[in-house]
Design a protein around this ligand. Structure first.
Ligand SMILES: CC(C)(COP(=O)(O)OP(=O)(O)OC[C@H]1O[C@@H](n2cnc3c(N)ncnc32)[C@H](O)[C@@H]1OP(=O)(O)O)[C@@H](O)C(=O)NCCC(=O)NCCS
Length: 220
């Protein structure tokens, strides 16, 4: 008879219940979370988990911003209309929430004055090694404002403090000047080029690898 079997029934029942709860609802530092709100230039900005109800606004913005987004989004056989259908968001929101519950993803909607303003995501979260990949897009209504910079800073602070990361990487498609500038201005360093890293916008594209360690960011 094993040692475990010699435990009192009550202790065994508690241990089993604990394991079951952890399996159904695992806990991972930094998720779920709401970051902000903070006020800047009269705008109220916060990052919060995606909701199924974001579908309509997400679809409207993604359709309107096709020319800006498509070159950098993963290539697809589907038309842009299919890719921006409300059903796509609902599938994505469910799948993101499942992956986040397992601790591998920190998906956030950027909310500006209560409106959908884009997405900021920590993907491929590796809690054992303290690393993750940052991905983002901002609705064109908010380009040229402080929304991209402030959202990035909210997410990075959260990643280093609550999630417990020590390194954040961001692959950027060659030619994506806006993304590169936002990263560089916030302390990210270019570490090299990932040849044919991803199929985006209908072609295999080299990506620059940008990365941030806490000591690189003087604003932390
Ligand atoms: C990347 C992104 C989040 C940056 O947000 P943003 O609000 O445009 O950022 P900023 O306004 O701070 O712009 C940064 C710089 O890029 C420039 N820029 C913006 N859009 C540009 C474009 N389409 N082409 C060239 N330069 C551009 C801006 O003029 C600014 O440079 P400046 O300060 O010298 O004038 C946003 O452009 C975006 O969502 N792009 C589409 C999706 C994407 O590329 N995501 C990143 C994938 S790695």
């Amino acid at each position: 008879m094993s040692y475990v079997h010699s435990w009192p029934t009550e202790v065994r029942a508690r241990a089993l219940a604990g394991a079951l709860v952890r399996r159904i609802r695992p806990r991972h530092p930094g998720w779920p979370a709401v970051l902000g709100p903070e006020l800047d230039q009269g705008r109220r900005l916060r990052l919060r988990p995606p909701r199924v109800e974001d579908a309509e606004e997400w679809a409207r913005v993604v359709r309107a911003d096709q020319a800006l987004l498509e070159p950098w989004w993963p290539s697809s056989e589907q038309s842009w209309a299919e890719r921006s259908d409300v059903a796509r968001w609902q599938e994505r929101a469910w799948s993101a929430s499942r992956t986040a519950r397992k601790g591998y993803l920190v998906p956030m909607v950027i909310e500006v004055d209560g409106r959908f303003g884009g997405e900021m995501v920590l993907d491929r979260v590796d809690r054992a090694h303290g690393t993750a990949e940052l991905g983002a897009w901002v609705a064109s209504d908010f380009h040229g404002t402080s929304v991209a910079r402030r959202s990035l800073r909210l997410m990075v602070r959260h990643a280093f403090a609550e999630v417990g990361l020590r390194r954040i990487v961001a692959p950027v498609g060659i030619g994506n000047r806006a993304a590169k500038l936002v990263l560089a201005r916030n302390g990210f360093r270019k570490e090299g080029v990932l040849r044919e890293h991803m199929h985006v916008g209908g072609k295999l594209l080299d990506h620059e690898l940008w990365a941030l360690l806490p000591e690189d960011a003087d604003w932390l």
